[in-house]
Write a protein of this length. Structure first.
Length: 600
């Protein structure tokens, strides 16, 4: 059965599948009339679903590590238990139904205008407009909203709509009315051509926005989807000429937030000339990924994990990112940053902070971010000897020649910019003292994957040690959170092979999302855009987190550059430099993704 948490004061009572309490209906209705985001988050995102009562033993068909086709019936956002729910919660307001859907439409008379600055660019086309359409399609955008594209390119509204329409897709599970919905959505998209440093051009945008807002309270969201060197110009002009006069004004800032401590601090200082910290939404789209969002649920709502979440039981933690393509098309940007700044300092470090933080006081943004920043500040300064860098070189396979990083015309010949890095990090606090947190990120590797691997310690005095031979490390439990692709959470356990003998086997307790949930997983940008519209900052980076993240990486980045450390070259499509294995071995760690039990 699905238990939906109806209000904050019911929360603690509703954490078990067998005991729950409903708040009185009258208070529910009053509550829903003034629902805010954090309540949406509590109510819909912390909606606990117990397993179906009659669980069949799944028939496993091994697909890839941790993924099985199970006979467990899929849950569609909790609706497979709809009937039971209907009996239990027989009176539901429309608001309540929407809360279960994961988004809360603001029914008041204010408007939200979303301006995509840099609308002609790659990110806008690939991610932002499709995410906005998905939100519209799901009924998550407010009743009165307008979308404006802003860039220097000359375009009419019709041309923008045509451009945007090419990248919109419909949800697989709800194809009906898709074209109609697309048309309706596109009718609410407009374009204004202007310079990023022209207050006059933004003033004209302001005039157009006002016409659409029709005198209602206006709330304005600007998404800076432009190169970082023009962030400040655009923020200045948007803030001075196109801020809302009577509602909120928020600005989403894309990464990179500087390239070291100094430039990041300078960027923050400049932004704060025009915006307050509350108005700045620094996006790290990995925080919007389903399994990253689920990390806290896994830890804090399951009794079995949190007690094990420390140096006492965890041997090491691995944060792995790999892509099976190079920097094709983005070499110019990439060469200025490199893989450590592009992936480790933000995406992987954010996951680490969420993984390792202490229990926050509440699910409020500030409480969560306070705990994350404590982790970042407790980290041991990263040493050069704990970092391995690599760069991909050309490789021919099956008659196809894959380019080297430096073959990209926008990359200077002889560039030492790393396209691969591995690092060993440590958190100097009571919970994690001595536990290696190994990070590995690379482009042009053999697969595309992002995962968290938690390797547990040996079982003390294990009665079955002799069944494992000499390699006891292989017998330890490993929890794998596969962020993408093919989302899954699985736990490797030792199990007796059925039969009269005593043969042990490594098996997976597996939560394979595609088998368990029929609903398509939303793109990270959808979640983050919705949060920004609703003023929820939990998944955005606060300036002190950013400072702490840069403090950790800046010294080593400078050393790598000053000493002109030559990267270890690895063939395009390979598993990366061998140096990553030596680094792990120094801390008695074996990379979990390269274990013998991985299906390739
Ligand atoms: P683009 O390079 O496509 O730039 C976006 C738009 O900005 C362009 O269409 C162009 O519009 C304008 N622009 C580009 N260069 C300049 C310049 N030198 N001076 C003034 N205007 C310029 O960027 P993306 O869309 O790829 O990325 C946008 C932001 O998002 C960047 O900060 C990027 O780092 C970040 N990002 C991008 C990701 C991606 O997958 N693309 C992933 C994660 C972050 P016009 O000429 O019409 O004004
Ligand atoms: C971006 C990086 O932040 O994340 C890119 O700049 C990288 O280099 C991308 O390709 C990966 O995102 P995702 O969501 O495709 O894993």
């Amino acid at each position: 059965m699905a238990i939906t948490l109806y209000s904050t004061h019911c929360r603690s009572l509703a954490t078990s599948s067998s005991s729950f309490q409903l708040c009185p209906l009258s208070s529910n209705l009053a509550y829903h009339q003034r629902v805010t985001f954090s309540q949406r988050f509590l109510a819909s995102k912390v909606s606990l679903k117990s397993q179906p009562q009659s669980y069949q033993i799944p028939v496993h068909t091994q697909q890839q590590e941790g993924s099985v086709a199970a006979s467990v019936p899929p849950v569609e956002n909790g609706t497979s238990h709809k009937q039971l729910n209907a009996e239990l919660f027989s009176v539901k307001s429309p608001q309540e139904s929407r809360v279960e859907d994961g988004c809360e439409k603001d029914e008041n008379e204010s408007t939200v205008s979303i301006t995509v600055v840099g609308a002609s660019g790659d990110l806008a086309k690939k991610k932002i407009f499709p995410a906005l359409f998905a939100l519209y399609y799901e009924g998550c955008l407010p009743k009165y909203f307008t979308i404006f594209g802003y860039a220097r390119s000359k375009m009419t509204d019709a041309e923008l709509r045509n451009m945007v329409s090419k990248t919109l897709t419909c949800r697989i599970d709800k194809r009906e009315n898709c074209n109609e919905k697309m048309d309706q959505f596109l009718k609410r998209c407009f374009y204004h051509s202007g310079q990023y440093d022209s207050q006059e051009n933004f003033a004209v945008l302001d005039k157009k926005l006002k016409e659409h807002e029709g005198g209602k309270t206006s709330n304005r969201l600007f998404y800076l989807s432009i190169p970082p060197n023009i962030f400040i110009d655009a923020v200045k002009c948007a803030s001075l000429s196109a801020s809302s006069g009577n509602g909120w004004t928020r600005v989403i800032v894309e990464k990179p937030f500087g390239r070291d401590s100094e430039s990041s601090a300078a960027l923050t200082k400049s932004l704060k000339q025009y915006l307050t910290e509350d108005q700045i939404f620094r996006i790290d789209h990995y925080l919007g990924k389903e399994l990253v969002e689920n990390l806290s649920v896994l830890r804090f709502s399951n009794l079995i994990f949190e007690p094990l979440w420390s140096r006492q039981y965890i041997r090491n933690v691995q944060l792995i990112f790999s892509e099976d393509f190079g920097t094709e098309g983005r070499g110019g940007y990439f060469d200025h940053y490199g893989i450590i700044r592009d992936i480790m300092q933000n995406h992987l470090l954010q996951i680490l902070a969420l993984f390792a933080m202490e229990t926050p006081v509440s699910l409020d943004a500030e409480d969560i971010r306070n705990e994350k920043v404590k982790v970042l500040r407790s980290m041991r300064p990263l040493q050069l000897e704990d970092v391995v860098v690599g760069q991909y070189k050309s490789h021919t396979r099956g008659g196809v020649t894959y380019p080297a990083y430096v073959d990209d015309k926008t990359v200077p010949l002889g560039s030492f910019t790393p396209t691969f890095a591995a690092a060993a990090l440590f958190i100097n606090n009571a919970r994690w003292d001595g536990v290696p947190f190994l990070m590995k990120a690379g482009k042009a590797l053999h697969n595309k994957r992002a995962e968290i691997r938690v390797q547990f310690r040996h079982v003390p005095g294990n009665l079955y040690n002799r069944n494992f031979g000499t390699d006891l490390d292989r017998a330890t439990n490993e929890l794998v959170i596969r962020v993408q692709p093919d989302e899954a959470i699985y736990l490797k356990i030792n199990n007796k092979v059925p039969g009269l003998g005593m043969k042990l086997d490594r098996s997976n307790l597996n939560l394979h999302y595609a088998a368990r949930y029929s609903k398509e997983i939303p793109d990270a940008y959808e979640r983050l855009l919705l949060d920004a519209i609703e003023g929820e900052r939990r998944l955005f980076i606060r300036s002190d987190e950013l400072d702490a993240a840069w403090s950790l990486f800046t010294p080593v980045l400078k050393e790598l550059e000053e000493k002109k450390i030559v990267p270890e070259y690895y063939p395009y499509g390979s598993r990366g430099p061998v140096g990553a294995h030596y680094l792990a071995a120094r801390y008695n760690v074996r990379w979990g993704d390269l274990g013998t039990d991985v299906e390739h």
